[in-house]
Every structure is written in structure tokens, then in C-alpha cells.
Design a protein around this ligand. Structure first.
Ligand code: ZN
Length: 338
């Protein structure tokens, strides 16, 4: 399978069906000209001993199970409401400031609007320069990579595809009070990333990325009144399975090369072996809207997760050690951002 034409993570990257990008052209360009140099500049490598960071891999897995035990968390459903309550309570109990960004979205294939909510969890809210860590937290309504169409409607748990990012950030939230950063830190959970009933690869016109597009539009709209600015962002998607391989996604590198270099340099310096500073394919995902809104953001994603959009995307595919590895990279990146 040609990874450059695969439908990965959130969205379709085959030619002609992308929401707002022209991947066919950039795909060929990227294939001919992989990003260079894929070596770290000397000042990209942080001087930091990660040995003291304590992450509880078992507790991350417990959070993952709690989320998947809710069942599917499709936008606008009771499952999603339960997950929102769980997230809100968890981070409030840890002392973070939790804000709901509520909005209505109209999906092409739906007759009515759907209530959607992004959740913003802020640490050190007084700091005006901030780092953004984000993931989508909605479940795709259909497991449409299942070969038998009869299986599409069966309950899809989306353990790596959404839940694992939430669980990793829930565990990272426990550690924040023991860590020091010069800049502020926000966790953002995007709704409606893949509220897809009629996928474009099957001729439908449903739209992706409601949450990140709403968030980005709000960020742009409030430019003259808000008191903070995001210096950089990292999006986590499908990156916590056993055996994950995390290469540099192409749109991320094109839009936010310094952020990519820095994150992968941090990973290299702390021995996070799943991060490979090599060109990967390109993916349409929530980072596109953020980069367009002037938040340079890297998508940390495993392009080859075999259970993607299948009923087999279940908690047993997820590794607590992998969640810990990603959490450590993000924590050190935040702490060494000046
Ligand atoms: Zn997905």
C-alpha cells in the first residue's frame, strides 16, 4: 500500500477528496523531496534529565479503560456527555481551569444541528505565552474500515483513535504540579473531528474537523482581545499503540518545521525510541486548522496502525509504556520551552 495515498487518522488524503487542501500535488512533491535536513540543529536538543519524571503507565491504562467502558463517544450522544463529565471532573480535581467551548455544527448528511463541545484545560492560566497539547475525543460513528458493511454499525470503541490521547493527558495532568515550565500549558479536547456518516471515500460529503476549526476560528476572531498567544502546539492521534512508529508528518513539517525539530529532538534526547526523525506521509487532521490560525502545530501520529477505524481498535492494543513515552516527550518539550 502506498502510504502517500492512504486514508490515515482522521481524514482522507487521497486526491480530490480532501477538505480544503490539495494533497495530490504536495504528496508528489513530498515524495520527491523529503524534508531536509532531518538532522537536529544543535540548539534544538534540550539539556534535560528526564529521569525524574514519574508517569504511572498502569494508571494511564485505567483511564483508557474507563473511557472505553462508556462505549462509543460519538458527538452529541450520551456517551460523549459521560466522557465530558469524566474529563471535566478529573481535571478540576487536579486543580486545572476547565472551560467548555460549546457550539452547534451542521453535518452535511444530518437533518439537524449537532451540539458539540471542545474542552480546554488550562495550567498556569495567568501566563500569556502558552503551549497547546491536543487530541480529538469523539468516536467515529461508523467503523468503516471493516470489510463487511454489516459490521460498520457495531459499537466502535476507538481506543487508540481518541481515547488514548485523553487517557495520556489525564495521567500527564497528575504530574503538572511537580513540573516547572516558563510558559503556560493548555490541553484541548476537540469534538467532531470525525463525525462522519457518509465518508468521502464512499462518495459522501461529510465534513471533518468541526472542533478544531471552531477553536481556530475563535482564536483568530479574538486576536485583538485575548491576553495570550500559543507559541506552538502538538496534536496526538493514534500514537499510543504497542509498537507505534512516529515519523514526521508532512504538513506539520511544512507548516511548523521548528516545532517538529524540537519535539523530535526532545524525544531523541530522552531516548523515546518510537519517535523517528524521518519523513512520514501527510495527513489531514486537526493540526491543519491550528496551523492556519498561526499556531505552529505538529501532528504526532502513527500512520500504520492496523486497527484504524476497525472494531478491533480496543484497549488491549494500547501500551501504557507508549503513553508514558509520549507524555514524557511532551512534558520535557513544555518544560524546556523558553
Ligand atoms: Zn479516526
Amino acid at each position: 500500500m502506498n502510504p502517500f495515498t492512504r486514508t490515515v487518522g482522521a481524514a482522507v488524503i487521497a486526491a480530490g477528496v480532501s477538505p480544503g487542501c490539495s494533497p495530490s500535488e504536495t504528496t508528489e512533491a513530498a515524495a520527491d523531496n523529503p524534508p531536509k535536513p532531518m538532522q537536529f540543529a544543535e540548539d534544538a536538543v534540550p539539556k534535560f534529565a528526564a529521569g525524574d519524571l514519574k508517569f504511572d503507565a498502569d494508571r494511564s491504562l485505567k483511564y483508557l479503560k474507563a473511557i472505553c467502558d462508556i462505549g462509543p463517544r460519538v458527538s452529541g450522544t450520551d456517551g460523549m456527555k459521560k466522557q465530558q463529565e469524566l474529563i471535566e471532573k478529573h481535571f478540576k480535581d487536579l486543580g486545572a481551569t476547565v472551560t467548555r467551548q460549546e457550539f452547534k455544527a451542521r453535518q452535511v448528511s444530518r437533518r439537524a444541528d449537532t451540539e458539540m463541545t471542545n474542552i480546554v484545560v488550562s495550567w498556569h492560566p495567568e501566563k500569556t505565552r502558552r503551549i497547546l497539547l491536543c487530541c480529538h475525543y469523539d468516536t467515529r460513528p461508523l467503523a468503516d474500515q471493516e470489510e463487511r458493511r454489516a459490521n460498520w454499525m457495531k459499537p466502535f470503541l476507538s481506543a487508540n483513535d481518541g481515547a488514548s490521547g485523553v487517557a495520556m493527558l489525564m495521567e500527564l495532568g497528575h504530574q503538572i504540579k511537580n513540573l516547572k515550565g516558563e510558559v503556560g500549558l493548555d490541553f484541548v479536547f476537540f469534538d467532531g473531528e470525525e463525525y462522519i456518516f457518509e465518508p468521502s471515500q464512499f462518495g459522501g460529503g461529510d465534513k471533518y474537523f468541526f472542533g478544531s476549526e471552531h477553536f481556530a476560528a475563535d482564536y483568530t476572531r479574538t486576536k485583538s482581545t485575548r491576553k495570550f498567544k500559543y507559541e506552538a502546539g502538538a496534536l496526538m492521534d493514534l500514537c499510543h499503540a504497542k509498537g507505534s512508529v512516529l515519523k514526521v508528518e508532512q504538513y506539520s513539517y511544512a507548516s511548523a518545521p521548528k516545532v517538529c525539530e524540537r519535539i523530535w529532538a526532545v524525544a531523541d534526547s530522552i531516548g523515546a525510541k518510537s519517535f523517528k526523525y524521518q519523513p512520514g506521509p501527510e495527513v489531514l487532521d486537526d493540526h491543519i486548522a491550528l496551523n492556519r490560525a498561526d499556531i505552529p502545530t505538529a501532528d504526532i501520529i502513527d500512520f500504520d496502525y492496523p486497527h484504524w477505524h476497525k472494531l478491533t481498535d480496543t484497549p488491549d492494543k494500547i501500551s501504557g509504556d507508549q503513553m508514558t513515552e509520549v507524555a514524557k516527550v511532551l512534558a520535557v518539550w513544555w518544560m524546556t520551552t523558553k
